[in-house]
Design a protein around this ligand. Sequence first.
Ligand SMILES: [Zn+2]
Ligand SMILES: [Zn+2]
Length: 216
Amino acid sequence: MLQVEPLICNPFAQNTFIVFDGESRSAFAVDAGMYEESERLAFDRFLRQRELKLQFLINTHLHLDHVFGNRFVSETYGVPVYYHQADEFLLPQMKEQGELFGIPIGDIHRCPQSDAAFTGEKTVGFAGREIRLIPVPGHSPGSVLVWLPEETLCFSGDLLFRGGVGRTDLPGGNTAQLKESLRKLKETVPSETRILPGHGLNTTIGNEKKYNPFFI
Ligand SMILES: [Zn+2]
Ligand SMILES: [Zn+2]
């Protein structure tokens, strides 16, 4: 079974995840919220201490709190950054997004123009498993689920939280699409699946079906 290390980053308390395979010592990251130097160091220290080799980064979407560390990851580890093309319009707006929230971004917003942008669904292999990237627009046009069916594990980004769902009042947000994406999540991902959201505590699909008023 793969292991997951959460790092809570930046003023938005964003969950950055390092997923790793103890046998092959390979790892990938889900989002890169590292804003402070101490957060970048913590990310790097974890990989070094466990002797893990980072293979790639997947962005669940391109809001600023999920991409502060993109450039650091790309430059430090030389790995591809996967994200859905429908969120690409957000990259040149990072500085303005930062000003909107009173967070100076400096040149941290210069995310690499990655060749790993994709459209539609994408499957990525990792340590003999399948990672399915499934478009779930609504919170942002290019939001995706990062689903590992064999691990009964799903990173929901800012689509689904424990007891809540993502806001739709940010650039490109769409409430009707969000509802449709929640329906897709409910129908596609089995109830026993662990959900690791972009903010807050972990949950399961089954738990949210029972207790989340936006997901019933
Ligand atoms: Zn977001
Ligand atoms: Zn977020």
